[in-house]
Design a protein around this ligand. Structure first.
Ligand SMILES: [Cu+2]
Length: 114
């Protein structure tokens, strides 16, 4: 799954995949599947991306043996991060930037695990 963090500093809006919350559809996650997530950051500000209900297994080490479990993944401008996400909890979960003014500017969506 690819999540592209997008935004426009002139208009001060932020979004996932170019879509603000009112434009977006829930991200569909099949229950119990382990999903490889790629976060591509294409804005000028750092975003702590938070998925409720589930852990992300960060793939940050060269040997891929240690994978820190995180609820919130901080992404720096221009960075590309990879992690595993196991969709182990059914329901609809908030998926958003944890800076509240970014969230209110559009960087909020939901994940539907079914
Ligand atoms: Cu943000």
């Amino acid at each position: 799954m690819l999540l592209h963090l997008t935004g426009n500093m002139d208009r001060y809006n932020f979004a996932f995949n170019g879509l603000t919350y009112d434009q977006s559809q829930p991200v569909r996650l099949p229950y119990r599947q382990r999903i490889w997530v790629t976060l591509v950051h294409d804005t000028m500000m750092e975003h702590p991306i938070h998925l409720h209900g589930m852990f992300n297994e960060l793939d940050t080490t060269a040997d891929h043996r240690r994978r820190p479990l995180k609820h919130t993944v901080s992404v720096k401008p221009g960075e590309k991060l990879h992690y595993y996400l196991t969709a182990g909890e059914r329901g609809r979960w908030a998926y958003h930037c944890h800076l509240l003014y970014h969230m209110e500017a559009g960087m909020f969506t939901t994940a539907e695990v079914a």
